[in-house]
Design a protein around this ligand. Structure first.
Ligand SMILES: NC(=O)C1=CN([C@@H]2O[C@H](COP(=O)(O)OP(=O)(O)OC[C@H]3O[C@@H](n4cnc5c(N)ncnc54)[C@H](OP(=O)(O)O)[C@@H]3O)[C@@H](O)[C@H]2O)C=CC1
Ligand SMILES: O=C1OC[C@@H](O)[C@H](O)[C@H]1O
Length: 360
């Protein structure tokens, strides 16, 4: 037995993200601060819950439940992890909170900002912890980039950022029941991956308090939004250009964020905009205007690389567990105000782009 504090997770849903999350939090790694226990699995079917337990946490003996409600009623569960499609997050969060459970709920937190506000009101009333599982914000790379940009001002004042996520899920090729294709499950590139592109704008532009003016367009196929482009203009004059698509897949190691400052620029690279691996700082040099005529290798860039641990969920899981164990009700990394800020922007982009979900 380790001396580390323990947290007992109840996992709701047995899909892809739940298996990735569980796989990661059971990793042994240097720097581990919490002992993560898979206490229970809740699924739409007992068989699926049993299979999930067998395949994903064979060294634990979680309780298996054929409904989510039974898991919420399990007094031994400290925190519920919700890995259902977007359109169920509101229902699942509200039911878990109603049962007095702490909650970590996958991104995008809800379909719209109204639902998110209602969840936070319920959490406040029930005095429980709730956070959106925006794992990107917990990564060491994200935090170091923020420090370099805004404390060290390594490229001066940031005035423009491009940010993209192209994940190539290609809804048309998916079964009709896929969450990438079914509007009633919250299908659409903005909620699925545009949320990361917006998150990159947030950290790079410096967490402004005011909401930006937005100009946005969205393209739909078979009723599902497959491409979004939005320009965010802040009162400071800063601009963020945010794009997402499910129709194309980015290349391995490609640049998906470019940050322009008054003294240079930064490129963020990696497997995907949710899995950054490094960033390169290009400082302004004498004769910079001529740089366009030189090959990239001839320019001086400083690359900052960050080791991957598992798939990268461990930092989010550790921070969340430490929040709950300390009795906090909000994440210090992903507070409610940040979820609402992003949800308000996504609402406006969808309003301009013409994307509505059933029930809206
Ligand atoms: N952080 C990240 O990197 C990632 C996050 N995500 C997020 O995780 C969430 C789930 O995505 P993902 O795991 O890919 O989805 P999946 O489709 O793989 O799994 C969703 C699960 O939700 C449950 N569910 C409940 N009702 C339904 C329904 N009507 N239709 C389909 N499933 C239902 C099912 O579990 P059961 O039958 O056991 O109840 C199902 O297995 C989304 O919010 C997504 O954005 C997804 C991928 C990566
Ligand atoms: O969060 C995510 O990250 C990777 C994507 O491909 C996936 O669809 C999305 O849900």
């Amino acid at each position: 037995m380790s001396d580390l504090p323990s947290i007992r997770w109840g996992i709701v849903a047995t899909g892809m993200i739940s298996s990735w999350f569980v796989e990661d939090i059971l990793l042994e790694w240097e720097g581990k601060r919490v002992n993560h226990i898979i206490q229970a699995i809740g699924s739409s079917s007992t068989q699926k819950a049993q299979d999930f337990a067998k395949n994903n946490c064979p060294t634990h003996s979680p309780k298996v439940y054929g409904s989510y409600q039974e898991l919420y009623g399990d007094a031994d569960v400290d925190i519920v992890y919700i890995g259902t499609p977007h359109s169920f997050h509101y229902r699942d969060c509200m039911e878990a909170i109603g049962a007095g459970k702490n909650v970590l709920c996958e991104k995008s937190f809800t379909i719209n900002a109204k639902q998110a506000r209602e969840i936070f009101d319920a959490a406040r009333k029930n005095n429980v912890y709730v956070a959106e599982a925006m794992w990107l914000r917990h990564r060491p790379l994200y935090r170091e980039l923020s420090r370099l940009l805004h404390e060290e001002k390594i490229i001066g004042d940031v005035f423009r950022v491009f940010s993209d996520f192209a994940n190539g899920t290609d809804p048309a090729s998916q079964p009709a029941s896929s969450r990438h294709r079914d509007l009633s499950l919250g299908a659409g590139s903005l909620l699925d991956v545009g949320v990361y592109a917006l998150t990159w704008l947030r950290v790079t532009l410096g967490y402004q308090k005011d909401l930006p003016q937005i100009v946005a367009k969205q393209t739909h196929e078979a009723g599902v939004e497959i491409t979004t482009s939005a320009i965010l203009q802040y009162s400071s004059g800063q601009q963020g250009i945010c794009t997402s698509t499910s129709k194309a897949l980015g290349a391995p190691g490609e640049v998906f964020v470019v940050v322009h400052g008054t003294n240079g620029y930064i490129e963020v690279e990696g497997r995907a905009a949710s899995i950054p691996e490094s960033f390169t700082v290009w400082k302004k040099q004498d004769g910079a205007a001529d740089r366009a005529y030189f090959p990239r290798e001839a320019c001086e860039g400083k690359k900052y690389e960050f080791p991957q641990i598992g798939r990268g969920f461990i930092w989010e899981a550790e921070n969340t567990a430490l929040d709950v164990l300390a009795g906090r009700k909000e994440s210090q990394v992903m507070p409610w105000s940040e979820t609402l800020y992003i949800m308000d922007i996504m609402d406006e982009i969808r309003a301009q782009g013409g994307t509505m979900y059933p029930g809206e």
